[in-house]
Write a protein that binds this ligand. Structure first.
Ligand code: PLP
Length: 379
């Protein structure tokens, strides 16, 4: 089976598994315990934190280990907006876009519903790009947070993070970047973001570990209260094995990034060209060039995306209809609809996401796509 759904989840790398193994065995202590067994584990946790901070160009104290990126996004968005509310004595204004991951959109919706925070979803263009001008126009005097995805999980469009943070920085508005899909493909240091979310299972670490890295100057109200771990910003005994695996995987992903991105871009371009040649209905979604190296997503107007997925799997190729989080729902992708794609066309979408180590010939995969579309069409 050829697995082309790395944007949903990928395998844990051998190096991460090996590094984690002692913490699933003999090195079992609680990192908050004041005895040698606990202190040994605490040292490993702090080493993992330093290594993550090194890749991100941030300080170790900025790194908060979480259960994944859904939690990291919730903590960033609710934590920054609620801290601002408490400081100002009134709810502020949050800016995001309509193409964000559900964990971002739902956190903003929660702030609106429960705390009366105003939320603006800035429009992106037909390729999914957010322009710095559109962002500037959306800002208000009471804007307390901007949250934008670095690279979109469905269509792969990559935002110009530096140009966007250049809008918010002089106004001292905290900028949160959901960098989940960007990790391993794009530089994570030097974006200018004040806060950045990452998920372990997209970079070769396990599911259930993630990071919110947030600069110390940004006030953050915790979501989880308890023992005061993670400098009082995320209580709960840490997932030390996960944090160690995360640090190893992130360092390796960063080390391999440039080569992997160049290789994947070349293979993806061959794949996209061949699919478009062979399948008249195929339309690439997202930006033609400012896109993740490993992601190619299409609509196949008039042909059911779900039926194509099943046909592809029969031919040995596993892909997805877009976001794994929306899988099983009959709703058209909110991302494609926000780009102006008609709902019935949005329902024909199929996303192929290659892993860091893919090096095969993409032509037979494109042939399988063409055969699958033809099979569904002829029914
Ligand atoms: N943000 C983006 C862009 C994602 O693609 C995902 C997962 O697909 C998440 C956040 C949520 O990450 P997690 O699965 O770690 O909760």
């Amino acid at each position: 089976m050829l697995y082309l759904d790395h944007a949903a989840s990928g395998p844990v790398r051998a190096e991460a598994r090996e590094a984690m193994s002692p913490f699933l065995g003999d090195r079992f202590g609680n990192p908050s315990s004041h005895h040698t067994i606990g202190e040994d584990v605490a040292q490993a946790l702090e080493d993992a934190r330093r290594r993550v901070a090194g890749v991100l160009g941030m300080r170790p104290g900025d790194v908060i280990f979480t259960s994944g990126a859904t939690e990291a996004n919730n903590l960033a968005i609710k934590g920054i907006a609620v801290a601002a509310l408490l400081r100002r004595g009134r709810p502020g204004h949050v800016v995001t876009t309509a193409i964000e991951h559900e964990s971002v959109l739902s956190s903003a919706e929660y702030l609106q519903r429960v705390h009366g925070v105003a939320v603006t979803h800035v429009a992106v263009d037909g390729d999914g790009l957010l322009s710095p001008t559109a962002l500037t126009d959306a800002l208000r005097d009471d804007t307390v947070l901007v949250s934008v995805g670095y690279a979109n999980n469905e269509i792969g469009t990559v935002q110009d993070a530096a140009a966007l943070t250049a809008v918010t920085a002089p106004r001292r508005i905290p900028f949160h970047l959901d960098a989940v899909q960007a990790a391993g493909w794009l530089p994570l240091a030097g974006t200018g973001a004040d806060a950045l979310s990452l998920a372990g299972h997209k970079i070769g670490a396990p599911q259930g570990i993630g990071v919110l890295a947030i600069r110390g100057r940004v006030p953050l109200e915790p979501l989880l209260h308890g023992g005061g771990q993670e400098r009082d910003r995320r209580s709960g005994t840490q997932n030390v094995a996960g944090a160690v695996g995360f640090a190893v995987a992130l360092e390796l992903a960063e080390r391999e990034r440039t080569d992997a991105a160049a290789r994947a871009t070349a293979l993806r371009d061959v794949f996209v060209r061949r699919v478009c040649e062979l399948v008249p209905e195929a339309s690439l979604t997202g930006h033609p060039t400012r896109r993740l190296p490993g992601t190619a997503s299409f609509t196949f107007a008039g042909v059911s995306g779900e039926a194509i997925l099943l046909e592809l799997e029969r031919r040995g190729v596993v892909s997805s209809s877009g976001s794994a989080c929306a899988a099983g729902s009959d709703e058209p992708s909110h991302v494609l609809v926000a780009l102006g794609v008609a709902p019935e066309v949005a329902q024909t979408s199929v996303r192929f996401s290659f892993g860091h180590h893919f090096s095969g010939d993409p032509a037979p995969i494109a042939d399988a796509v063409a055969a699958s579309v033809a099979a569904v069409r002829s029914r």
